[in-house]
Ligand binder design. Structure first.
Ligand SMILES: Cc1ncc(C[n+]2csc(CCOP(=O)(O)OP(=O)(O)O)c2C)c(N)n1
Ligand SMILES: [Mg+2]
Length: 351
């Protein structure tokens, strides 16, 4: 059997040393703002990891290493657009307006954090791998039917591309030319399953061909490349030219979640290689080379963003205890009979 063709190189604009390999799609001031957002997201990620270890949060899925893939993509959206994401996409959700408070509450099982505030177009995170992409296509289709020009951007992993839901969502989006941007964060792993065993395709981006939509392969640790690809995809979607699949090649620096021990299945050498491609560090180098970075400024934003996260934690922990019956309120307008029965049983048990 002939060997499969070698994978093409992902689009890169900012090299790991912080140099521009192509024209920047963004002015420096905006890059600086986005860098600050990535610092904020990392502060949140570290805080949640620590809180889980202290027994203050349930299972937590770290996104360290994936900040550029998430924030770079959402930076191309307008507030009227939608973000439909997963358990690992807190940075994307927050950047589109889902408060840290709600994200933290969601991680304690508190339904008061289980949805976005009014006017924030972010769906609750999907724990079911792949299921939410169909919702994103539905939101895009609704936008076509209504004649508004909102785009839905959906985030998912390399593992999710093996789910039937991925293919159904892509197929529908292709046929109906829905304004959907599919952002696959290929972070190398689906729990302990490596990317090589997930699909025999040289890239995930090339799967777009089969559905009649554009497919783009980008360096997912490059804020500017991710932004450029997402920006083009959004323009295409608003112009009625349909959906795009972006494959952002990145790496999951942490374990799958706080319940996982990645040391049992992966090689530490990989981590060192990917640490050298850290998405924050390359933007920091770029800012420094352009006279837009100092150690004092870095210190100031780290303290400031950590304090903002801390304030959200304090607010979450100061709320009166939630009612366990709240879990029945999130899903249905009219509760089905079986769930009504369960609710009564839960209330009797609590009483
Ligand atoms: C339908 C379904 N099957 C299995 C699981 C268990 N599960 C949770 S995360 C995960 C791996 C997903 O990998 P990927 O899509 O690459 O996303 P990542 O966790 O790497 O961000 C699996 C199998 C699930 N939540 N939903
Ligand atoms: Mg993955």
């Amino acid at each position: 059997m002939p060997a499969p063709p070698a994978a093409p190189q992902p689009l890169q604009i900012l090299t790991p040393s912080g140099d521009l390999a192509a024209d920047s799609p963004l002015p420096l001031a905006r890059i600086k703002d986005l860098y600050r957002s990535m610092v904020a997201a990392r502060a949140y990620d570290k805080k949640c990891s620590a809180m889980q270890r202290q027994g203050r949060l349930a299972t937590y899925a770290q996104f360290e290493g994936q900040e550029a893939a998430q924030i770079g993509a959402v930076a191309a959206l307008e507030p009227r657009d939608w973000v439909v994401a997963t358990y690992r996409d807190a940075a994307a959700m927050w950047f589109h307006g889902y408060p840290w408070l709600n994200l933290i509450l969601g991680r304690t099982g508190d339904e008061r954090g289980g949805h976005a505030p009014a006017g924030v177009n972010v769906l609750p995170p999907s724990i079911t791998v792949g299921a939410h992409m169909i919702h994103a296509v539905g939101l895009g289709w609704a936008s076509l039917v209504r004649g508004d020009d909102a785009v839905a951007m959906t985030f998912f992993g390399d593992g999710a591309t093996s789910e039937g839901d991925f293919h159904e969502a892509m197929n529908f989006a292709g046929v109906f030319r829905t304004p959907t941007v599919f952002v696959c964060q290929n972070n190398g792993w689906a729990i302990s399953m490596p990317r090589e065993r997930q699909t025999a395709s040289a890239t995930i981006a090339q799967k777009a061909d089969a559905y009649g939509m554009a497919g783009v392969l980008v360096d997912g640790n490059d804020l500017l490349a991710v932004y450029a690809a997402a920006h083009e995809a959004v323009i295409r979607a608003r112009a009625g030219e349909g959906a795009t699949l972006i494959e952002a090649v990145t790496y999951r620096m942490g374990p799958h979640t706080t319940t996982d021990d990645a040391g049992r299945y992966r090689d530490a050498d990989h981590l060192a290689e990917w640490a050298a491609r850290d998405p924050l560090e390359r933007v920091r180098r770029h800012l420094e080379a352009n006279g837009e970075w100092t150690a004092e400024w870095q210190h100031g934003i780290e303290i400031g963003e950590a304090e903002t996260v801390e304030a959200a934690v304090e607010e979450a922990e100061a709320l009166p205890a939630f009612d366990a019956g709240d879990i029945f309120d999130g899903m249905f307008v009219d509760l089905p009979v079986a769930l009504r029965r369960q609710r009564r049983a839960a209330e009797d048990g609590a009483g």
